[in-house]
Design a protein around this ligand. Structure first.
Ligand SMILES: [Zn+2]
Length: 115
């Protein structure tokens, strides 16, 4: 039930934000999710629907933007972005494993649409 707890904390952020702006209804939530996170978008929406019942975010649509994994080699500076899931944690150029994760672990609410 990993997704459920993550969606719970996302919902808290959304409701807090909505309240601050005097929203009557949350229509959509835009999320950025890194490819490294194991969130499955369809499940995320399902759990979100479960959690939002009886709240002003009931029926809100999740818009999920995936962020690809990007790593930078600390030894030679090579930057690589993985657009598929063929991840490698060794530098393709110098074979070093001294890599820095630049993106791919995101789990952020970028914006919400309210009424
Ligand atoms: Zn390298």
């Amino acid at each position: 039930m990993h997704e459920l707890s993550i969606m719970g904390s996302i919902l808290n952020i959304v409701l807090e934000h909505a309240e601050k702006h005097g929203a009557r209804k949350v229509k959509a939530v835009n999320l950025m999710i890194g490819d490294l996170s194991d969130i499955i978008p369809e499940w995320a929406q399902m759990y979100f629907d479960m959690l939002t019942k009886e709240t002003i975010a009931d029926g809100a649509k999740l818009e999920i933007e995936r962020v690809p994994l990007t790593v930078e080699c600390r030894d030679c500076g090579e930057v690589r972005t993985y657009t598929d899931k063929n991840w490698s944690f060794t530098c393709q150029k110098c074979q070093s494993s001294n890599l820095e994760l630049k993106s791919g672990r995101e789990m952020t609410v970028t914006s919400i649409e309210i009424e």
